[in-house]
Every structure is written in C-alpha cells, then in structure tokens.
Design a protein around this ligand. Structure first.
Ligand code: SF4
Ligand code: SF4
Length: 616
C-alpha cells in the first residue's frame, strides 16, 4: 500500500488499472462507446509492462483472442460495448462450457439512455442466459476493486466472468487508489485437453452437466463476496451498480429510514445474503440500472422460500424502464415506494440557461460530406432513386439533411445484408446503394460481400474509407495494412474503383459509371478513400493549415455550398451569400470545387497540406 497513490480517474481507466494490478497478460477489444477508453489505457501503459494488447477486427475476434489466452492459462480481458456482446455471443456461450484456466474478464459497457447506440440492452440477462456471473461496479474506485475481485473469482472457479458497466460508471471521474501493476501472468504452455476444449456433442453433453454443477458452486461463492449491507430501517433497498450511488445520495440527503444492500454480483444474486437481509425487512425496493434483472431473481427467491414480502421496482413502474436512472428519478421512486412526500430537484442547482439546440453534424472537412454530396449529385444525374442502405459509424449522420442518404441503419454490417434483402424482396426492382465505413467493412461487411458475390446480387457498395475507426475516437483498423480495393478484387468483384472524395469531378464520374454497372444488373464497389479530418489535423500538427474564404464579389448566393455540402464552417449571410468561418475550415477544398462561380478561394497554397492529408 505504501506504493499506492490516489489519482482522479475515469471509470474505464480504473477498470484497466484493476486489470493491470491483477497480472493482466492479454487484452483485446473492439472500440465502441462507452467502452473504448479501457483498451486505450492498456495500450498506452501496458506495453512496457509486457502486456499484449490489440484492437481486433470485431468483438467476436477480440473475444476469441482473449478466450484463447485464458484457455491456455493466461489472465485476459476483452472489452466491448453492449451490442458488441451480440457479435461475440457464439464463443461466449461456449466459454461457459469449457471454462478457462487463467482469469478471464469480459467487459460489456452498456449504454442506457442510448447516448451513442441503436438500442438499450441490459447484458446482465446474457449472464443468466450463458451461466456466466456478472460483476457490477458503481464508481471508479469500485470499478478498479471489482475488476480485481472478478479476476480472482474467475481464476478460482475456472470460469469466465462478465463485468458490466454503464455510461455513468465508465465515463465518470473519481478518486482511485492506484497501486503498482503486477507482472503479467502468461501461461507457460498450452496443455491440450480436447475432452474439455473440443465441444463435439459427446464432450459438450458432459460439460453441460458440469456447468450446471459449477453454476451451483458459483451461486454459493458469490455469497462470500464483499456486498455492502447497511442496517437502517424496516424497508430494505436492494441495489446494484450505479444505482447504488443514487440511492446513497437520496438516503443521506433526505434522511430516509431504510436498510441498504448493495450487491456486486447482480447475476447470480447472492441468495443467502439477500435472504438474511429480507428476513429483517417488511418491504423490499429494488433499484437497478436497466431491466428488472435483480428484481426478478429476488421475487423468485422469496417465492421459493415462501416469504411473503412486497417487492417493488421496475416491474411496477416505480422506476422508469426507459432511459437512464438519475438521482432525481431514483429519489422520486423511493419517495413513491416508501409513501414519503419528498419533492425531487429541491437540492439541485438550477441554471437559468437553455443551451442552443445542437443537431449532430459532420466535422468541417469530413470526407464523408464530400462523398454524400457527390453521391447525391450522381444519382440525380443518373436518374435513379436508390435505396440507401446505411450502417454504423460517423457516416450514419448522412441520415440528416441535406443528404438523407441512410434509409436503413440497424447494426454493424447491415448495409450489405439488408441491401441484398431489399433488392431481392423487390424482385430486383430496387437499386440499392450500400454505404459502409472501412472499420465496419472489416468488422461485418466482408461475409455479406462474399454473399453478394456468390449470389450475384446487383448493388453499389460504397466503402467510405477514412483510414480509422473514427466514431469512437480514431482507433486503427485493418485498413492501415490491407488494401480494400485489392481485397475486393481478389474476392472476384469485377467492377472496383478507388477514388478520392476530395477530387469532386473524378468521384462523380466514377459514381456515374458504377451506377451504370448496377443498372445493368451487376455488383460494383467504390472505395472512397480520404482520411478523417480530425486525424488529418492531428497529423498536420505544426503545419500551417490553409483555410478557404468566399470572395463576396464573385458569390452569386446560389447556396450550393451551404445547402448541399453542409460543411459546418460554411454559413449563409443575410444576403444569402456564403461566409466561411476561418477558425473552423480545415482547407479540404471541396466547397471550392463545388462552387460553380469560382467564388471560394484558398488563403494559401493548399498542395502541401492536401498531400500531407493524403498520406493517411
Ligand atoms: S474547404 Fe470548404 S468544405 Fe472544406 S472545411 Fe473549409 S469550408 Fe468546409
Ligand atoms: S456555391 Fe459559390 S456562389 Fe454559391 S453560395 Fe456558395 S460561394 Fe456563393
């Protein structure tokens, strides 16, 4: 402890720190908000400790890398956002059967409130479904501590564990006692044991029986963990995760008489601990983030033990089932459940200020704005009205005005799969443009492209290759070492082009030709390749970055630049002429190429800057 210090840390960094203090050897992940900072921390600090860490091509692969290491006997972690666990579901289900030799922690960062996701998904259900225990921290310090407990638990029982965080734990900062990392615990060798690790039916049947037995042992062992109980009244509040901090705040600020049990394993609940607490209570209130996962287990437990105590929670709408918990709605729910008349928001600071609406927009100079602009012009010129089958990434913003070029958008890699279905489902009458980013293409687009080739599905696949996984903060992905164009050609696609979206004329010409190919019933792939503007600015640090300006005398107020390109640096003046904010413009040149009157001009020679940008 003498070597330990207190630092202000992000919850995600605390998880990474906890893993490194536990002897982490192998880490793998796929970026996704709110999980990404865990891997970033390990990548930043783990290398010099001898930890192997990688961004993998998708969550399933990341899972398999970490799972393989844990099967061998190393301590391993895999990180992903909640929907990523769906991608990794296949190996995850098997991992409970085989068990592991080294501690194996699977982090799922759930996003209640859908700040950056297509759905709310409470992955504690996955734990129940897969027979994998779930640990749940409630603040940065507990994130570190519980990660360490989770590693020990996993290795002791030879079983994978899930660590479930939510946005308000992952992205909150708090003081954390950090200690020196431990030496990474690698395996000396892989000792083969196919009867455990080769899941042919005969082996798997025996392992299922063993898994059920181990689940019973897990249920007993979770009772030995440091769950927190505070005796304070006949009403018992059972809580878990971030809800615990809201409960404590409400109870302390409003002197609420209640006992509190915070359980760190919502799956399975520590049955003995819960029963002990319930026998002293005449009413139970369950407060948890997400679905009524703990509540359902508590009700079943009381039913099994013939205990007739009222249990209130999300099922009775005491707490909201949509969106995040907040200190206010937790207080309001407790007040309702306990028959108190506490008005919520009394203690909160009221700021007399309404922030201006800030619709999500592309960054200035984003190559996707150029691609969407060129696509819009090209399909209009070709006289077609395609279905734009969209996908997950920054380019999802193409759903907004003025582009409206994301008609469907459901999950990673869905652009190709749904696009094929739409084409087939309309008897081939729909012209489909599937729009997918480079990272998503490697994540989940490739198998769908194989299908399109194999089944000869006509469509235009646009790969918006901005050289990074940009939406989650600019992580590297296979596009840095694998040429998408060569790969696609190697897969047998005949019509493949790579084009720079900053070359407006050429991009429109290529798109025109590609649309003709699709109209003739064939598959075409266009890779629109230009680095993310934010990453380019980082790359060009120290360089003089030129900006563009509008020559007011030459501007005819046609609105093409601000209406069709929608770069946030360009705004219309009162006289409808354009103006470019020099502090926002990053000199991409697209608006200058689009202006039919040559009214947009560079402040400086742009060649050096644009060729630097093209190096990405
Ligand atoms: S050059 Fe034009 S389109 Fe590019 S960032 Fe500047 S204002 Fe935006
Ligand atoms: S495209 Fe050119 S002429 Fe039209 S508003 Fe913009 S700057 Fe003015």
């Amino acid at each position: 402890m003498s070597n330990c210090v207190i630092r202000l840390m992000l919850g995600n960094h605390a998880i990474a720190q906890g893993a490194m203090e536990s002897g982490l050897a192998v880490a793998a992940g796929y970026p996704g908000t709110p999980s990404s900072e865990i891997m970033e921390y390990i990548l930043d600090y783990g290398k010099e400790l001898g930890i192997y860490a990688e961004w993998s091509s998708n969550e399933k692969v990341a899972f398999e890398v970490a799972y393989g290491a844990a099967l061998a006997g190393a301590r391993a972690i895999v990180t992903m956002k909640h929907v990523g666990l769906n991608v990794a579901m296949d190996p995850l289900m098997s991992s409970a059967y085989t068990g592991v030799k080294g501690g194996f922690v699977i982090v799922t960062a759930d996003d209640p409130g859908m700040w950056s996701s297509q759905n709310e998904q409470d992955n504690r259900w996955v734990g129940l479904h897969a027979y994998i225990p779930v640990f749940e921290p409630y603040d940065p310090q507990s994130a570190k501590d519980i990660t360490k407990i989770a590693f020990e638990f996993s290795e002791d029982l030879g079983h994978p564990v899930l660590l479930r965080t939510v946005t308000r734990v992952s992205h909150v900062r708090g003081p954390v006692l950090i200690c020196p990392p431990s030496t990474p615990r690698y395996a000396d060798s892989f000792i083969k044991n196919p009867s455990r690790e080769a899941l042919i039916p005969a082996n798997a049947r025996a392992l299922k029986a063993e898994l059920i037995k181990r689940w019973g042992e897990i249920g007993r062992r979770v009772d030995e963990l440091p769950h927190a109980y505070v005796d304070g009244g006949k009403a018992l509040i059972i809580t878990s995760g971030v809800a615990y901090t809201y409960v404590m705040e409400a109870v302390k600020e409003h002197n609420i008489n209640a006992s509190i049990l915070n359980i760190i394993t919502p799956v399975p609940i520590p049955r003995k601990t819960v029963l002990d607490a319930v026998t002293r209570a005449d009413e139970v209130i369950v407060v948890e983030e997400g679905d009524p996962v703990v509540e359902e287990q508590v009700k079943a437990l009381l039913f099994d033990n013939r205990i007739n105590v009222r249990v209130l929670g999300k099922s009775e709408n005491i707490f909201p089932r949509v969106g995040e918990l907040t200190p206010d709605n937790v207080l309001s729910g407790l007040s309702k459940a306990l028959g108190l008349s506490i008005s919520t928001g009394r203690g909160s600071i009221r700021v007399n200020y309404t922030p201006p609406p800030r619709p999500p927009v592309f960054c200035p100079g984003c190559p996707h704005t150029a691609s969407f602009y060129e696509l819009k012009i090209s399909v209009a010129r070709a006289g077609v009205k395609p279905v734009f089958s969209g996908d997950i990434g920054c380019y999802s913003l193409g759903i907004n005005n003025p582009f409206n070029e994301q008609d469907t958008l459901t999950n990673m890699g869905s652009s190709l799969g749904l696009g094929m279905g739409i084409n087939r489902g309309t008897g081939g009458r729909s012209i489909v443009v599937s729009i997918i980013g480079d990272s998503t293409f490697f994540h989940a687009g490739l198998p769908a492209l194989v299908n399109a080739i194999f089944n000869k599905t006509p469509m235009l696949v646009l790969v918006l290759d901005n050289r990074v996984t940009a939406m989650t903060g600019g992580q590297p992905n296979p596009t840095n070492v694998i040429s998408i164009e060569s790969l696609v050609r190697g897969m047998g696609v005949k019509y493949v082009w790579t084009v720079d979206p900053f070359d407006v004329k050429q991009a429109q010409e290529v798109l025109r030709r590609a649309i003709e190919v699709v109209k003739n019933g064939e598959l075409a792939v266009v890779v629109m390749k230009r680095g993310c503007a934010l990453e380019a600015v980082r790359l060009g640090r120290g360089m003089k970055i030129p900006h563009y300006y509008v020559d007011e005398g030459a501007c005819r107020a046609c609105g093409i630049c601000y209406n069709l390109i929608a770069c946030p640096a360009i705004v219309p003046l009162e006289n409808r002429k354009a103006w470019i904010d020099p502090n926002m413009c990053v000199g991409c040149s697209v608006c200058a190429q689009a202006c039919p009157y040559g009214a947009i001009k560079p402040s400086d020679d742009v060649r050096a800057w644009l060729s630097k940008w093209a190096e990405m």
